[in-house]
Design a protein around this ligand. Structure first.
Ligand SMILES: [Zn+2]
Length: 339
């Protein structure tokens, strides 16, 4: 099999290389590089790109990729694995969700269009775009703060063809956490917490690369990244890159179809106390959270707007903040049961 070439990298068949894409330069002249590990299999096959820390505070994907690489023997691999454990080093190094330099987070459009002369984050995106240009499949690993349940996001409407959609579906099933069909709710949710459309996995799917976004858990123990490792290995098996069987996830998934409904909103201010287990289906109208005032009384019972499940409760700032909520705040993500 021939040498795998992308950007400045050349990897012979059956080898693993760790390198960096030079992305931008800091004000004091420090070179900011994106770490990239490429494992080029002994046999030809798909080219799977996996990114972690698209949001700088979400390092479960980073942990996943650092552990994943040691679980795969390049001699057994069909195709090529491109691992980007830190997609946004500007945010990762400062433990921020977005880059402090320009306020851009990489869940926003950074790859299509690619802007190599743009602000620092867009320059990072332009370098990583070179990896997308050789990829046949894509997984973007994120995580929510707990309490949360791992889930994957399918972007059916963005897929460039029925074939891309079919592969995206198969990747979601193989990853093994509960898939949720993502479309922007028509209630202003996108303006508050971001649009589905700009997500890298959605954008990749729109450009012919079946993409899956996964929300893992932030737990520092085994469940967060072990579920990530298992999920990516499962997808690689499903795509024929590994000979191992697809195995069930560590956390039981929900069966049935689920659609993104939008966010739970607190009308009152106070401290958020979740009173339901994320990932458990509850009936419309069930109380899922209390907002507790400073005298200890429950000032609001937050109810499920639909029958479905909450996959995560939200802190006041993405990747930081707390459960001290102001009035009218988005406090959780809801998936509705049924297509
Ligand atoms: Zn994220």
């Amino acid at each position: 099999m021939s040498v795998f070439e992308v950007g400045p990298f050349r990897i012979p068949a059956g080898e693993l290389r760790h390198d960096r894409l030079t992305a931008t330069m800091s004000a004091s002249g420090q070179i900011v590089g994106v770490p990239v590990s490429i494992m080029h299999g002994a046999e030809p096959g798909p080219v799977l790109l996996v990114t972690g820390a698209t949001h700088g505070t979400e390092i479960t994907g980073t942990r996943t990729l650092l552990k994943l690489i040691e679980r795969i023997d390049p001699a057994r691999l069909r195709g090529t694995l491109i691992s980007v454990p830190v997609t946004n080093p500007l945010a990762f190094d400062r433990a921020t969700y977005a880059s402090p330099e320009d306020g851009i987070h990489m869940g926003m459009p950074c790859y299509w269009p690619s802007d190599p002369a743009g602000s620092p984050t867009l320059r990072i995106g332009a370098q990583i775009r070179k990896l997308f240009d050789v990829a046949t499949h894509y997984i973007d690993l994120h995580n929510n703060a707990e309490p949360a349940v791992p889930m994957s996001m399918e972007f059916a409407d963005e897929c460039s063809s029925p074939e891309v959609r079919e592969v995206q579906r198969a990747m979601a099933e193989a990853f093994g956490v509960t898939p949720v069909l993502m479309t922007d709710p028509k209630d202003g949710t996108a303006e508050r917490v971001g649009s589905v459309e700009g997500q890298p996995a959605a954008a990749a799917s729109a450009h012919g690369i079946p993409g899956l976004m996964v929300e893992l858990l932030d737990e520092h123990g085994h469940q967060g990244y072990e579920a990530g490792v298992r999920g990516v290995l499962n997808v690689m098996s499903k795509l024929g890159m590994l000979a191992d069987p697809v195995v069930p996830q560590l956390i039981e998934r929900l069966h049935g179809s689920f659609t993104y409904h939008g966010v739970l909103t607190s009308l009152e201010s106070g401290v958020l106390f979740p009173v339901c287990e994320p990932g458990t289906v509850v009936e419309q109208g069930s109380v899922v959270a209390h907002i507790v005032g400073m005298d200890g009384s429950v000032v609001e019972e937050v109810k499920m707007p639909v029958t479905g499940f909450v996959w995560a409760f939200l802190t006041t700032a993405p990747g930081g903040g707390s459960f001290a909520v102001p009035e009218g705040h988005a406090i959780g993500f809801v998936a509705a049961a049924g297509a």
